[in-house]
Design a binder for this molecule. Structure first.
Ligand code: GH3
Ligand code: MG
Ligand code: MG
Length: 558
């Protein structure tokens, strides 16, 4: 690419550029023309005048050398100056000096009487004029001054000689002068036009070059924008297939790092029971953000839309930040039901936030809040579908699935598994005496106690009515029996209140069966536990019974 494009300044006009180029051209030719001038002067001085005694000729040649030095000095000044107007003036000054000296030689110092020598001077003058004017065609003023100052005195001298030959020569030289002036004017004009065209062309190329660069830039931005949209789409697609929230958080942070990797960031999710936001995933440096904080600590959540702080030293900071440096933005994740979370981007260096794209962040948050709310709804529905509403325990449907799975696992891993069937004793009578609602209170109490005792890998379910089933993983009859007997005692000694009145104690009967020993399928093992429960009822209720031959006594001493 032409490097002149970079020299083209936007603020200068074409005329100014052309003027500067003309000055440049004038000075470019200066060195050669000054040397040529000196050689021609030396030819005249040493050749024609043979270093005469004439003090005027000697002074003239001394003046030529002096002017040559002045013109070198002008060239030096030009190289160290940036003012084009003063450079032109100085140049013309040099031209005047140089041309005047030739004017002097061809008029006042013309060799007297020696026609041949006079002819040689005239020829040299014509040559100097023609050669010099060529090197000056970048400036019409300089050309006119140069030609006129050299040739006009010669014409005048020739006409003043009162001789036909000189008159003819004078006429010829006058015509030569006019011809030189006309051709110089044309040549200067052409040179100017050429330069104007060149710079106009250069300007167009420059515009084309920069608009091409801009086009490339906007193409890159578009490409990046497209990649971001593709990534958002991919994230949204993957989020739809997430099994649970935990899985979705990983996907969200992965995509966030891809899109906003230059910043530190984190995702906070609302814990509805405490109304606190808990930071559940983060990347980069997050030491300035509190791990758990109240929703009212964030200005974005209070306002209901994003809160951007471009300079943390000059703005009001959210309370969930511990004096963070740089800049940050909080984007609330809001659903119809209210706030569900918060997405935060932060950078220690506020300059990085020049790259922050609000629209991209808004699109990202919109995508994740929709996906998260879908997954939350899905989880809520699933939870509802597997839970018994009165006791909060798992329901029979979930129990069927879980028992089948746990049985398979126990067989595969060669581990023991027990199933206990619980039934409230004489609950019909309890309802009749205390009312159905009091009975419900007892069932709720059962749910609380069972959840407390069997919360880890064991699964407690409401099997139906006032019957419960517990899957005890990694347990055999010997380990299950004492736990269930302790449970029986805990329930018997438990205090249940209804309408501020303490209800009479309730007892339960429990039947236990062990996998493989008492059955290998879901049905077989439940039937076995049921049989053991029947035995416990038959044995007088308020007891734990096992199906096999192990007696109470043998278990008690274990
Ligand atoms: P047993 O000791 O032999 O188990 O006697 P029982 O009275 O507990 O047994 P039965 O099967 O005759 O009665 C079960 C009672 O449980 C009948 C029903 O009123 C009560 N029941 C079942 N589901 C609920 C419930 O959701 N709420 C209340 N309050 N009672 C229930
Ligand atoms: Mg019962
Ligand atoms: Mg029953």
């Amino acid at each position: 690419m032409n490097t002149d494009i970079y020299e083209l300044k936007d603020e200068t006009t074409i005329q100014e550029q052309v003027f500067a180029a003309q000055i440049k051209l004038l000075y470019k030719n200066l060195l050669v023309s000054v040397i040529a001038n000196l050689i021609c002067a030396a030819l005249v001085f040493f050749g024609l005048y043979q270093i005469p005694e004439n003090i005027f000729i000697k002074s003239w040649f001394a003046a030529v050398i002096f002017v040559t030095l002045i013109r070198f000095l002008i060239l030096y000044i030009y190289k160290h100056s940036s003012n084009n107007f003063s450079s032109l003036n100085l140049f013309i000054f040099g031209v005047i000096l140089s041309a005047s000296l030739w004017g002097i030689v061809d008029s006042f110092l013309m060799p007297k009487g020696e026609l041949m020598q006079q002819m040689i001077v005239i020829v040299i003058i014509a040559g100097v004029t023609a050669g010099g004017s060529q090197s000056l065609n970048a400036s019409l003023t300089a050309s006119i001054i140069y030609i006129s100052l050299i040739v006009a005195p010669l014409c005048a001298w020739l006409f003043l000689q009162n001789n036909l030959i000189y008159f003819i020569l004078g006429t010829a030289m006058t015509l030569y002068l006019l011809f030189m002036l006309i051709t110089s004017a044309r040549s200067c004009n052409l040179s100017k036009q050429e330069l104007t065209l060149y710079y106009e062309n250069l300007l167009l190329v420059k515009k084309l070059y920069f608009s091409n660069e801009k086009l490339e830039e906007s193409y890159k931005t578009l490409e990046q924008h497209e990649n971001e949209i593709i990534l958002l789409g991919k994230m949204s697609g993957v989020l739809q297939t997430c099994k649970d929230l935990q899985e979705s958080y990983d996907i969200i942070i992965f995509a966030a790092k891809e899109l906003f990797g230059r910043f530190n960031g984190c995702l906070g999710i609302l814990n509805s029971s405490t109304n606190n936001l808990e930071i559940i995933k983060q990347w980069g440096d997050s030491q300035h953000i509190k791990a758990v904080f109240n929703t009212s600590d964030c200005w974005a959540i209070r306002k209901g839309y994003s809160y951007f702080v471009p300079d943390t030293t000059k703005d009001v900071i959210c309370y969930h930040f511990n004096s963070p440096p740089g800049a940050y933005v909080c984007l609330p994740l809001i659903l119809e039901s209210g706030v569900m979370g918060l997405f935060i981007l932060h950078a220690d260096n506020k300059e990085i936030f020049a790259e922050y794209k609000p629209q991209l962040a808004a699109n990202f948050c919109e995508t994740i809040q929709l996906s998260l709310s879908n997954i939350m709804l899905h989880e809520e529905l699933y939870e509802q579908s597997i839970r018994d509403p009165l006791t909060g325990l798992y329901n029979r449907r979930y129990m069927d699935e879980t028992l089948a799975r746990e049985l398979k696992r126990a067989f595969r891993e060669n581990k023991s598994l027990c199933v206990a069937m619980l039934d409230l004793d004489n609950f019909k009578r309890f309802n009749d005496v205390n009312g159905h609602e009091a009975g419900d209170e007892v069932l709720t109490f059962m749910g609380i106690v069972l959840k407390e005792n069997f919360r880890m890998s064991d699964v407690a379910c409401r099997f139906g009515g006032e019957e419960f089933l517990i899957i005890l993983t990694d347990s055999n009859l010997s380990t299950a029996y004492p736990r269930l007997d302790a449970l029986r005692k805990q329930i018997k000694n438990g205090e249940v209140f209804f309408n501020h009145h303490k209800l009479p104690p309730i007892t339960i009967s429990i039947g236990i069966a062990e996998a493989i020993k008492d059955g290998s399928s879901v049905k077989e093992i439940i039937d076995a536990a049921d049989k053991a429960l029947y035995a416990a009822k038959a044995g007088g209720r308020d007891r734990v019974e096992v199906l096999n031959n192990i007696t109470h006594d043998s278990l008690d001493i274990l």
